[in-house]
Unconditional design. Structure first.
Length: 126
């Protein structure tokens, strides 16, 4: 009986120590940011558009918009032109980039289309 109590106490102490160590090495969470596109629904169909429809209808509209890559709460973010809320927030912190890139992002990097945004983000390893 005494042996079972000692075993239970040692097990509890070991679990408590493991939880304490885990909390010391916990990875910081990124800010709770929901991109403005989070409420957007997308629908796809496997059918090709009828021949009467213009091919422009299927063009990706995000290529026609202008974007700005800049900092948002310490993270790299993409903003649609004129918007206050970010279109997309990445989990790459600004302070992990070289100083030159930090300065560019602080000022804001304008891009004419989303393809250019994606290319720039690849340079930042996003």
């Amino acid at each position: 009986m005494k042996r079972n109590v000692v075993l239970a106490v040692c097990t509890a102490a070991l679990i408590m120590a493991a939880l304490a160590v885990q909390s010391m090495f916990k990875i910081p969470q990124k800010p709770n940011v929901s991109p403005s596109s989070a409420n957007t629904s997308y629908y796809f169909t496997s059918k090709a558009p009828p021949s009467q429809e213009s091919s422009m209808v299927t063009a990706d509209t995000k290529h026609a918009e202008h974007y700005l890559i800049k900092s948002y709460k310490g993270y790299i973010a993409v903003f649609k032109e004129g918007e206050k809320k970010p279109y997309q927030v990445y989990d790459r912190r600004i302070d992990t980039l070289p100083k030159e890139d930090q300065e560019k992002i602080t000022k804001g990097i304008p891009k004419d289309n989303y393809t250019a945004v994606e290319h720039q983000l690849e340079q930042f390893d996003c």
